[in-house]
Design a protein around this ligand. Structure first.
Ligand SMILES: Nc1ncnc2c1ncn2[C@@H]1O[C@H](COP(=O)(O)OP(=O)(O)OP(=O)(O)O)[C@@H](O)[C@H]1O
Length: 316
């Protein structure tokens, strides 16, 4: 699919309330092909926006067009051209990984032979070939999520929506998913992903949309968002690494050298470090608070992912 400049997602004046409480207010968004990250803390309205864009939930006000089609009137045609993977894997536990993929292929109209060959390709791509003939009930959380994404790619969608694809995943599954998202994008599929991980938006997205309290508070490339936060900062640290102060610089060699020279003139033994603004800093500057990571991000580990299979219910 060629990239074009026509918007793949176009939202004007979008409003959505639940029980009279506004969840999204006056949202305007125009996105062309590419990888887009919707970044926001818990409860910002990310899932609600994805549900509206994927025609699962109706909106109250404004207009929403996906691939040039109105979500209110063209839901069926939109659904034929997109795929969605939610926060919780929607695969059948009693079937094996391969059976899940073949079943979905058959439901989408592939012959048995084509469904099997597509399943084999996807199992390999998602690093699941060795688990193909095991029941999903014995898969780890990361394996389920990879299978879920594989199922959503039986047919190549024009837009893939991913709602927090890596929340709670172990590092290995996260890297596999990131790699697959990059390859899909290179093949021309647009990706719209929600995330609470600033690193994920930074890694993957051409454009980052920052949502806070149901409103878009910033939009741009991660470099542009970082630039809005200001230049590099020279951190001055004490003997035990503690941060003593921060000196703003313009990031140039001369600017950094001048700031370091000013420290050296009076306190030559202190350490200095150049700190580049991260997306996390950008979030703080744009919203006034830090993005709160998910509870499980302390370890970055899915507890089920200590090993590839959990429990003893693995059958082939
Ligand atoms: N079906 C619903 N009925 C009532 N309130 C809802 C419903 N769905 C979402 N909400 C509320 O809307 C707000 C936004 O929720 P949403 O799930 O869209 O946020 P989010 O950014 O995806 O958060 P998270 O990262 O926790 O998934 C929250 O206050 C939530 O409680």
């Amino acid at each position: 699919m060629p990239y074009t400049n026509a918007p793949v997602i176009e939202v004007t004046g979008l409003g959505k309330s639940y029980d009279g409480t506004p969840v999204l207010s006056g949202l305007d968004l125009s996105l062309t092909s590419g990888v887009h990250a919707l970044l926001g803390p818990n409860g910002a309205g990310k899932t609600t926006l994805v549900n509206i864009l994927t025609t699962l939930v109706p909106h109250d006000a404004g207009s929403v067009r996906v691939l040039g089609l109105e979500t209110r009137t063209d839901a069926a045609r939109i659904r034929e051209r997109i795929s969605v993977t939610g926060q919780f894997a929607a695969v059948d536990d009693v079937l094996t990984g391969a059976e899940n993929l073949v079943m979905m292929g058959r439901l989408l109209g592939l012959s048995v032979r084509d469904a099997r060959s597509r399943a084999a390709v996807l199992l390999e791509r998602f690093d699941l070939d060795s688990a193909a003939s095991r029941r999903v009930v014995g898969y780890s959380g990361g394996m389920r999520r990879r299978l879920d994404l594989a199922v959503s790619l039986i047919q190549t969608p024009e837009i893939l929506f991913l709602d927090e694809p890596t929340t709670g995943l172990d590092a290995r599954s996260r890297l596999v998913l990131w790699q697959q998202i990059r390859e899909l994008a290179e093949g021309g599929t647009s990706v719209f992903l929600t995330t609470q991980y600033l690193e994920e938006a930074d890694e993957l997205a051409d454009q980052v949309v920052v949502l806070d309290g149901g409103r878009i508070v910033a939009q741009g490339s991660s470099a542009q968002l970082k630039a809005r936060v200001g230049g590099d900062v020279l951190q001055v640290r004490g003997a035990h690494g503690q941060l003593l102060r921060e000196l703003p610089t313009d990031g140039s060699a001369a600017g950094v050298a001048a700031a370091a020279a000013a420290v050296a003139a009076t306190e030559p033994t202190l350490r200095v470090e150049l700190h580049r603004p991260t997306l996390d800093d950008a979030f703080l500057a744009l919203t006034g608070h830090r993005a709160v990571p998910p509870d499980d991000s302390d370890t970055g580990q899915d507890v089920n992912d200590q090993s590839e299979f959990v429990g003893s219910g693995v059958a082939s």
